[in-house]
Design a protein around this ligand. Structure first.
Ligand code: SF4
Length: 540
């Protein structure tokens, strides 16, 4: 697994991947040898390997898993499209030689239901197409048809970065352009990007950067879309940030569910390094199936080779982040916008980002739309657009025969809104009055054929599965809530008290946001769970 390199404990998860890729699972003697090479206790290696869902540990006396695993997504969009039933039928159809697993969101909600055969996704899957994919022997996804390095440069790419790097464009000018555009962190938290750049730049060197491509929020697939189409636009934004903030090393963390994108990015980064050998070091790191690692401090722990457990703050990662150094942490999409915000601002032209927006909001947003709409996909449009406008103008309306019943405005954690609130502007800070938030703008639309309570149960089970277990309100609360939500009539008082406790006392956003869909049901869809609520929605 070490392949001739000097062992580094922070690369533990990379080594575990190499072992598993080569041997099909992690065996006890491999873990012991790895611990010795890294001078770690065996328990440390084991606790990391056992934390991540994508590692298969074979303990003494256990049989190795079958050579092929088919993962069937069971998160919101895929569940609505029959993913759970598909998994059940595949388990009998494919036989004992193939392992069928129900897994959380694989980031392809626009093609639900999705099954992944080895590493090859089968879109709009049914039992026949998955069985055919198994029989075909193909296990890898081909590289996407993205704009590659030479084409990007030929079209003027990297000129802006070179102007920043040479000092022709001052760093302050770049930050001022981001400020004027109102660019905010687009991973979900919405923290103003310019303020983050200034804060990290003011910290002592060495300063590091961590890029988050671990979009695991059920319903979110925008980062995949951007990487599949124009990866160098993101890389150029990242390099601009590197020079403006004074970054000495970059770590890019990409989710394990995107193997083709990881190969694509590795190859394109090699081309960038070959063109400019004096770049700051860039390391590409592979996640291992843990939603919580989308949380910035959990991602940093994971990059350091540990379990992805969120840190208590303060100190914030801008001050004490990766390897204890000040760290600029950004989602891929935030960096993707940098080039097109800064270039027009310098040329004195209209800013395509800041000049957009409707219903009193400013900027562009990337909405990942899935569920019961005719044309699901990534929609880049005005911040502040309403759900009704989004579906009618960009998604071809609802599926034939389906009427809008409700929607998730921000993935599984952002809560749910009923159809009567389809005219609320969708943006940061506009949904708080309804107990919801937009997060990464993952819009999951549901109809009269769906039950809000079933979707809320799905979300709570997801959070229970993904809780890192570090704090009791989240670890116990998610599991307890998921159990209570199975009752035909919900105990509204008990669930409300439990939800309040989780929100108040959980360490990170996972536990704090987990009660949102449950509370949305109590507030907007109470008739489904036999309790009195604010307003009963007219479901069929
Ligand atoms: Fe872990 Fe949940 Fe606590 Fe976050 S809230 S630190 S996921 S147990």
């Amino acid at each position: 697994a070490l392949a001739g390199e000097t062992p580094r404990a922070d690369r533990l998860i990379e080594y575990l991947h190499r072992l598993q890729d080569e041997h099909g699972a992690l065996f006890a003697d491999h873990l012991a040898a790895l611990a010795e090479a890294l001078q770690l206790a065996r328990a440390e290696v084991y606790e990391v390997a056992s934390f991540y869902h994508h590692f298969d540990i074979v303990r003494a006396g256990e049989a190795a898993p079958p050579a092929l695993t088919v993962r069937v997504c069971e998160s919101l969009g895929c569940a609505m499209a029959g993913g759970v039933e598909l998994a059940a039928s595949l388990a009998t159809r494919l036989g004992a030689d193939v392992r069928v697993q129900r897994v959380p969101c694989v980031g392809r909600c626009d093609s639900a239901p999705v099954a992944v055969v080895g590493q090859k996704p089968v879109l709009h899957a049914d039992a026949d197409s998955v069985a055919a994919a198994v029989a075909s022997g193909e296990r890898d996804e081909p590289l996407p048809d993205a704009i590659r390095f030479d084409a990007y440069r030929a079209a003027g790419g990297y000129r802006l970065w070179q102007a920043v790097r040479s000092g022709e464009i001052a760093g302050d000018t770049v930050i001022a352009a981001l400020d004027a555009a109102g660019l905010r962190g687009l991973g979900g938290a919405g923290f103003p990007a310019a303020r983050k750049w200034r804060t990290v730049a003011a910290q002592p060197a060495p300063r590091l950067m961590a890029v988050n491509i671990d979009e695991g929020e059920p319903g979110t697939f925008k980062d995949r879309h951007y990487l599949e189409t124009d990866p160098h636009r993101f890389i150029e934004g990242m390099l601009i940030a590197t020079h403006v903030v004074g970054i000495d090393g970059i770590w890019i963390y990409i989710r394990d569910e995107y193997p083709a994108l990881r190969r694509l990015l590795a190859g394109e980064l090699d081309r960038v390094r070959a063109a400019w050998p004096d770049l700051s070091p860039i390391e590409l790191r592979r996640g291992a199936g843990a939603y919580v690692c989308g949380e910035e401090s959990a991602m940093i722990e994971s990059i350091e080779g540990k379990r992805g457990m969120p840190r208590l703050r303060p100190p914030y990662v801008a001050e004490v982040g990766l390897f204890g150094r000040p760290t600029l942490e950004h989602n891929l999409e935030t960096l993707w916008w940098v080039r097109d915000i800064v270039a027009p601002a310098l040329a004195g032209g209209p800013d395509p980002f800041a000049s957009r927006g409707r219903n009193g909001r400013q900027g562009l947003r990337s909405f990942s739309v899935s569920g019961r709409v005719l044309r699901p996909g990534v929609v880049v449009t005005d911040a502040g657009i309403t759900l009704r406008e989004l579906v009618d103008e960009h998604c071809g309306g609802m599926l034939p025969g389906h009427e809008l019943y409700g929607y998730f405005p921000g993935g599984a954690s952002g809560g749910m809104l009923p159809a009567r609130l389809a005219d609320v502007p969708l943006d940061f800070d506009t949904l708080g009055a309804y107990g919801c938030f937009i997060g990464s703008a993952a819009i999951v639309v549901f109809s009269q054929f769906d039950r809000a309570r079933v979707l809320a149960e799905n979300a709570m089970e997801f959070f229970a599965h993904e809780s890192c277990g570090q704090c009791t309100p989240c670890r116990v609360g998610t599991a307890k809530a998921a159990e209570l939500m199975k009752q035909p009539t919900w105990d509204a008082a008990l669930l409300t008290e439990l939800g309040t406790l989780m929100m108040d006392a959980s360490i990170c956003g996972l536990g704090q946001a987990a009660p949102n869909p449950m509370q949305s049901v109590l507030r907007f869809f109470p008739h489904e769970v036999g309790v009195a609520g604010e307003n009963e929605e007219g479901a069929a």
